[in-house]
Design a protein around this ligand. Sequence first.
Ligand SMILES: *Cc1c(COP(=O)(O)O)cnc(C)c1O
Length: 396
Amino acid sequence: MNTSFVPPRRILMGPGPSDVAPRVLEAMARPTIGHLDPQFVGLMDSIKLHLQRAFDTTYPLTMPVSGPGTVGMESCLVNLLEPDDVVVVCQNGVFGGRLKAMAERCGARVVHIQDEWGRAVSPKRLASALSANPMAAAVAFVHAETSTGALSDAQTLAGVAKEYDCLTIVDAVTSLGGSPLHVESWGLDAVYSGTQKCLSCTPGLSPLTMSPRARQVVERRRAPVQSWFMDVSLVTEYWGSGSTRSYHHTAPINALYGLHEALLMLHEEGLQAAWARHKRNHLALRAGLEALGLEFIVPASERLVQLNAVAVPEGVNEACVRARLLKEYNLEIGAGLGVLAGKVWRIGLMGYSSRPDNVMACLSALSRILADEGLANSVAEATKEAEHVLDTYESD
Ligand SMILES: *Cc1c(COP(=O)(O)O)cnc(C)c1O
């Protein structure tokens, strides 16, 4: 109680947070300055430009919301939805369910599409829901469903939404920095993300971007946004351009130093290279996990590269394996959520965690613990398969 808290050194290979790059932590330890200090305003402009590049958009309303990914999610919904608006929410995991619950709290009439957990959102089912509900004003879905490890085709889903003149609200919390994401050319209207997944940064900020079309919807609202804090028209008085910034809330200054550094790292590496790195390490881990006898729950063509969901083999104590990984190897992996609780492990390779040394550490630790659980396997075989992928991978 009266001593400083010194956390253990873990390897974070769960569904987030992922390992934070040392450079980011160093940046965050720099002196705090005022949230309206001209030097800080310069940093804010730089963060906005870096975020536009990361999202691949020129939308002027691009900024980090002060709050975790869930606040970015709620910001999109409370600004864009009003009571009695019809919104189609596609759910294929836990986070789609959260979108639905929030949309309902906005008073919207939710048309709920339930897709199979572990599969991508179906564009066909979206199209039929939209043709049955011509009054729909918006479509919301999760690009990278971290609860199941499934990647949806955001470009195709947005194309369907556009045919029915709907806004698209997209959860890119886990995709930003890890998988291809082209906000503007794909026609996505309101997209939010998080800093603690593939951006190698600490939790607590939510990058957000809105198209001019989405901003117009906010401007034409019948009633003010019910949340004062999340009302983008008010937030942009602080995050907006030029020298007329005014106080809205005290920005998390040091967290923003961290985000700036993380975005610098992303652009030094290059977006394409970051996506390729996530894919290479995923394919290596996949080869090793399969050699250990584990099976992925998502079909290969719909799999995330930053989150590997594998079924817990019959007779293996799911929680015990995770506890031993943490205690004996300082390695954190994730449990299943919702209907997948107790049935899967979720092994993340996100941001700074997506590295060959982590792939190898995870395979050798899992090999030993699974053997103790009665699952005969060969660590030599698993690491050989993974190394083969690392040696021969060519990015596409
Ligand atoms: C992690 C996550 C969130 C929530 O982010 P928080 O920072 O925990 O609020 C939302 N959506 C998806 C897909 C996520 O993976």
